[in-house]
Design a protein around this ligand. Structure first.
Ligand SMILES: Cc1cc2nc3c(=O)[nH]c(=O)nc-3n(C[C@H](O)[C@H](O)[C@H](O)COP(=O)(O)OP(=O)(O)OC[C@H]3O[C@@H](n4cnc5c(N)ncnc54)[C@H](O)[C@@H]3O)c2cc1C
Length: 247
């Protein structure tokens, strides 16, 4: 288990800031305490704006080692925190907190839903994931864990973006797909005319096309922009997935 408790504050130093798409950077942080996070866990950056008002935002690492972690962060030019992060120089120190999420993956197909209030795990054979943009990060950390540990979990990822330039972690996802026969990745783009894969928004027909038939051994997960999340929650219901969790 990780050594730092949930909601405990720690300091982390920015040691890497690489632009990976037109609007997203991969940030690498070094911490003075052991902060190794479990798959799909996130941390919060604690900051104040120029008026002293808290701007705390959550981020899910795609690499988490004892004292080092990396996270892709999309910059919103009119956002409160991310324009500040974009301007940060290497060696800047930030205050953070480890947070408990809505879903914990324990390995070997075991999940805990709402781990804050529940300690009982459930076993699923298949995990469906519908992600939009930076919402890929929690799904990615589970995919990585499953592939590296050869867990028998069947994984179906439907990854929605505006254009192919917005797709994050494509090379790593392709590598996992090649190495891990239980992972199937489908991309869908809504603003790239001429794209020869799926086009448009995620609909019930798309779910029927890319996911296996629903059964009780499946967990449906999702993470994306608010508008997409509302639609996807409804789509899972119409697709008859009994257990559905938003990361
Ligand atoms: C559990 C969790 C994990 C996350 N993991 C990641 C991650 O790994 N990587 C990542 O990049 N992000 C992640 N996020 C999102 C992240 O926490 C921030 O929401 C994001 O970085 C935007 O922060 P911001 O302060 O820059 O923008 P905000 O100030 O929150 O604004 C975001 C956008 O919304 C617009 N906006 C703000 N307020 C309004 C309003 N009232 N009406 C209309 N539009 C408005 C802004 O103009 C901007 O375009 C995660 C979120 C959660 C909940």
């Amino acid at each position: 288990m990780s050594s730092i408790d949930y909601d405990k504050t720690f300091d982390a130093t920015l040691v890497k800031k690489d632009q990976i798409t037109h609007d997203t950077y991969l940030f690498g942080f070094q911490s003075e305490v052991d902060i190794q996070l479990e798959p799909a866990e996130h941390f919060q950056i604690l900051m104040k704006d120029s008026d002293g008002i808290d701007i705390n935002r959550n981020y899910t690492p795609i690499l988490s080692q004892k004292r080092y972690f990396e996270v892709p962060i999309k910059i919103y030019p009119s956002g409160s925190l991310t324009p500040i992060l974009e301007k940060l120089s290497i060696n800047s120190k930030l205050q953070m907190q480890r947070k408990i999420g809505k879903l914990a993956y324990l390995g070997a197909n075991k999940f805990i839903i709402a781990p804050k209030i529940n300690k009982q795990f459930q076993v699923f054979k298949t995990m469906l994931m519908i992600c939009g943009g930076t919402g890929i990060t929690p799904a990615f950390s589970i995919i990585k864990h499953v592939c590296q540990n050869k867990d028998p979990l069947q994984m179906h990822l439907l990854y929605a973006n505006k254009t192919s330039k917005d797709i994050l972690l494509k090379d790593q996802l392709s590598k996992f797909q090649n190495e891990c026969s239980n992972l199937k990745v489908t991309y869908i783009l809504d603003k790239e005319p001429g794209y020869n894969g799926l086009q448009g928004y995620v609909t019930l027909d798309v779910l029927k096309q890319v996911f296996p038939s629903p059964n009780n051994d499946m967990i449906g997960t999702f993470c994306g922009p608010t508008a997409m999340n509302k639609i996807v929650a409804e789509l899972y219901k119409n697709y008859n997935i009994q257990t559905v969790v938003k990361f």
